[in-house]
Design a protein around this ligand. Structure first.
Ligand code: ATP
Ligand code: MG
Length: 572
């Protein structure tokens, strides 16, 4: 009887978990749910575990389609829930155990984070959460020429803004002594050597699969040379891995492990001058910090062999390296390297320019962290490199904001309208079809402002509607428009146009376009300005608040020191 009950419950949760995670249920997750479901019946984990583990095995053997149809029969409500949540789940990780997954996000503190980093950080963070594991923030600060103090903090702030919290934080530069020890171990083993060839020659010999004579140095001598480099001011040498010069994979042709960089490090000063390369530091740190599933972008694929070779030689634990496509967006440089020059040349206003895909730029533009997260989930962790358009981010943002932000009347390029026989009124206009968002009160009479573009499409004698107020028949269009009141009842087929009264506020709206063209050249027309007026109730809006301007789009409001209004256009 009891066994049957466990079986039945476990079957349902195993099906649900399997459907959620690409057809493979996770035993621990299922057991947890069964324990919770049966806790009032006196059935304990000891009884549940063996039964559930059989059930999970059975369920994992059937196809995803069959799992789904069985779940639909047994517990349709769970399937519905799954559908709603599906967009926001990631596929199961290979070789992942509940409670034991460790991920890391390893930014280089050399710039502000962008939406590509958000993708990596969200995936790393969410996997750690999904498996009840640990998430590490590691600053890969091993190039003192690039690292800068301001970015350690800025990057942390931006991650917190995204809603990402880490369980541990450290800097790779804190581990340099360990890196040195491991480098010496490789030298002692004869697996690394000091190469003094000039860079051009190194490139040549690598291309032609030719070893150089530096490789013949005795390990003992190589170690002396290494120590000399670490402590002296000598130049012109690197530490190279004894890889395989014949390898078809050029990355394996004796890659550099350490190089001299004589620049002051923001945290370590001039204490070190031999700095590990990405190949060395990345592999070592992932391994010694216990990371089980490090994610890298696909461009590093060829370097995976180097990664594992280094760990093999040092007999260090090998993580399950994971790969996903680098995010790229049409018209937006999703790379610090490409963003930096735009700022330095003054082509954009700074790291928070709304045309940039930096998290600060997106924030300023009114893109919510939740929208970025949903966008990242919708992209998933596929390895297929493709360029997406920013409209995908906008769609996620709109879905969140459209139902909850207040709507106002903004009149771009305003034209004055005089409505002859309009009487004085006090009207209450809803902020949103959802009445919970409240209403504002406006006093109207016979002078209004309406968008020039709309009027230019009309003729004298046409009737249009001042939205939510009354109909107007156009008598004359000149520098100003004269019209007359043409009833209050909504007439089918008339254009509904937003308006303000004479009590309005001037506002300028910055509209972002594509920042770079297909050749990654800066687009000088990427930022345009729309001037207009907005109903004076907007003065109650707080600095940084996001609103919707009817028939215009979602806009984030900024107030400058003088109190002037600037709108940052997010999207339609
Ligand atoms: P950038 O060109 O922006 O400097 P990067 O890869 O050198 O890129 P890092 O600070 O080294 O920047 O990156 C930290 C992490 O973020 C890495 O794991 C990297 O793979 C990931 N990442 C960076 N850019 C992107 C992107 N466009 N799409 C996905 N992940 C990215
Ligand atoms: Mg980098």
């Amino acid at each position: 009887m009891v066994t049957e009950k466990i079986q039945k419950t476990a079957r349902i949760y195993a099906l649900q978990n399997a459907v959620q995670f690409n057809g493979k249920a996770n035993l621990k997750a299922v057991v947890g749910k069964v324990i919770a479901a049966l806790k009032d019946t006196g059935v304990g984990p000891k009884d549940i575990f063996p039964v559930a583990s059989k059930v999970v095995e059975e369920v994992n053997r059937i196809s995803l389609d069959k799992q789904r149809s069985e779940l639909e029969k047994l517990a349709p409500e769970l399937l519905l829930k799954e559908k709603k949540e599906r967009d926001f789940t990631l596929p199961n990780l290979p070789f992942a155990e509940m409670g034991k997954v460790i991920t890391r996000f390893p930014p280089e503190p050399n710039g502000y984070l962008h939406i590509g980093h958000a993708k990596a950080a969200i995936v790393d963070f969410e996997y750690a959460r999904m498996y009840n594991g640990k998430f590490i923030l590691r600053f890969d600060d091993t190039n003192p020429e690039h690292a800068s103090l301001e970015f350690y903090d800025a990057q942390k702030q931006d991650l917190l803004w995204l809603g990402i919290k880490w369980d541990q934080e450290y800097n790779t530069s804190d581990h340099l002594e360990t890196h040195y020890k491991l480098a010496e171990q490789l030298i002692d083993q004869g697996d690394a050597y000091i190469c003094r060839c000039p860079p051009e020659m190194m490139k040549e010999s690598r291309f032609h699969s030719k070893s150089c004579s530096c490789k013949n140095t005795h390990p003992g001598d190589a170690k002396d040379m290494w120590r000399d480099l670490v402590t002296s001011g000598k130049q012109g040498a690197i530490l190279r891995l004894r890889g395989d010069m014949q390898s078809a994979n050029t990355a394996m042709r004796d890659p550099a492990l350490f190089r001299i960089i004589d620049a002051a490090h923001p945290l370590k000063g001039t204490k070190y001058r031999m700095w590990p390369t990405y190949d060395f530091a990345g592999a070592i740190e992932d391994s010694i910090s216990g990371v089980t599933h490090p994610f890298r972008t696909k461009e590093y694929e060829l370097r995976d062999e180097v990664y594992f070779h280094i760990l093999s030689l040092l007999k260090l634990r090998k993580p399950h390296l994971m790969e996903f496509a680098r995010l790229s967006i049409e018209g937006m440089p999703v790379s610090k390297r490409k963003i930096k020059p735009l700022i330095e040349q003054g082509l954009v206003s700074g790291y928070d320019d709304p045309r940039l895909p930096t998290l600060r730029g997106l924030h300023r533009r009114g893109i919510l962290p939740e929208a970025i997260k949903q966008f990242v989930f919708s992209q998933g962790i596929s390895k297929v490199e493709s360029q997406v358009t920013f409209s995908l981010v906008e769609a996620c943002n709109r879905k969140i904001l459209d139902p909850v932000v207040k709507r106002y009347f903004f009149v771009p390029n305003p034209m004055k309208l005089f409505v002859k026989n309009a009487s004085k009124r006090t009207v209450h206009l809803k902020f949103h079809p959802n009445v919970d968002l409240g209403e504002r009160t406006l006093d109207t009479h016979n002078v209004f402002f309406v968008p020039r573009d709309d009027i230019m499409k009309m003729n004298e004698g046409d009737i249009f509607r001042l939205k939510d107020l009354m109909n107007v028949k156009i008598k004359k269009i000149g520098d100003e428009i004269t019209g007359e009141h043409a009833g209050d009842a909504v007439l089918p087929g008339t254009a509904k146009i937003q308006w303000t009264t004479e009590k309005n506020i001037a506002i300028k709206i910055l509209v972002s376009g594509l920042l770079v063209d297909n050749n990654e050249e800066f687009n000088p027309k990427s930022l345009t300005q729309v001037d207009g007026v907005v109903e004076d109730t907007l003065s109650a809006v707080k600095n940084g608040e996001i609103v919707q301007f009817e028939r215009f789009g979602i806009v984030r409001i900024e107030k400058d020191k003088a109190g002037s209004l600037i709108g940052i256009f997010a999207h339609k």
